[in-house]
Ligand binder design. Sequence first.
Ligand SMILES: NC(=O)c1ccc[n+]([C@@H]2O[C@H](COP(=O)([O-])OP(=O)(O)OC[C@H]3O[C@@H](n4cnc5c(N)ncnc54)[C@H](O)[C@@H]3O)[C@@H](O)[C@H]2O)c1
Length: 276
Amino acid sequence: MNNIFDLTDKVALITGAGGLLGPKHAEAILDFGGKVILTDWHLDRVQEKAHILSLRYGNENVFYEFMDVCDKNSIEKCLDNFEAKGLKIDILINNAAKDPKVKKEDSLKNDSRFENMSEQFWKEGIDAAINGTFLVSQSVTNRMLENGIKGVVLNISSDLGVIAPDQRIYRKNDLPENEQPVKPITYSAAKWAIIGMTKYLAVYFAQRGIRVNCLSPTGVYNNHPDDFVKKLSNIIPMGRMANIDEYKGAIVFLCSEASSYMTGENMVIDGGKTVW
Ligand SMILES: NC(=O)c1ccc[n+]([C@@H]2O[C@H](COP(=O)([O-])OP(=O)(O)OC[C@H]3O[C@@H](n4cnc5c(N)ncnc54)[C@H](O)[C@@H]3O)[C@@H](O)[C@H]2O)c1
């Protein structure tokens, strides 16, 4: 039977794949027969993640390489290396971002606040998502066109690409107002921009065989502090954060023929958070 989700022999390049979700995107592609190239500017991280994946899926299906998404030379070098090995990219997942997170030992940092934010913090905060998505998409789609590949670009935004952060969930007791941690404006700027770029590129490439879509997850549970989990769950209709595996189905759908008539869309998967 023809399987519309089949990704056999498709090559997917994932940026920022050394973090939490990148390896899960890779598993989704590998489960449906594809090959993955994990890239990150922390080479040690992708090396470790690729090692774990290759034990399960085989060395011949899992590759890794250094790539700084904000550096055109490193992007081109990485793509040249894989093309020389006969690996041409069919699927690009623009996943890299600076994603300020609430951790067990820590809250968000005070320099996230708009009043105090330095120009450097602003520029660094949007760099990987905005400039990186531009630079990597340009290099990869140029090669898709040259190679006659009917490709897919999948951008990763966030529920915070369609709504503003509810800063109440980051608050700490006993801190004055001007020291309260917040999700920085950089995250909103970057994540809203990615959805705009998705729509622009989808229309730009619509008649040239490249589909461009976006996936917007909400907070994925990763051992966060209990009080944070409670506050976030309280603003999600389904009453919980996402599990780490709950985006894999969407990755397969958006990267395969199952979504062949879909382009320019943003798929929000958030337990209903942006619905009420
Ligand atoms: N984890 C969540 O709860 C969540 C929720 C919504 C959206 N997202 C989005 O999903 C994507 C992945 O999230 P994650 O939780 O895995 O993030 P993460 O912080 O764990 O991983 C991001 C990776 O990007 C890499 N990176 C940053 N700048 C880079 C650069 N210039 N070049 C190359 N790599 C670079 C980092 O080294 C890191 O390994 C991000 O775009 C994030 O905004 C995550």
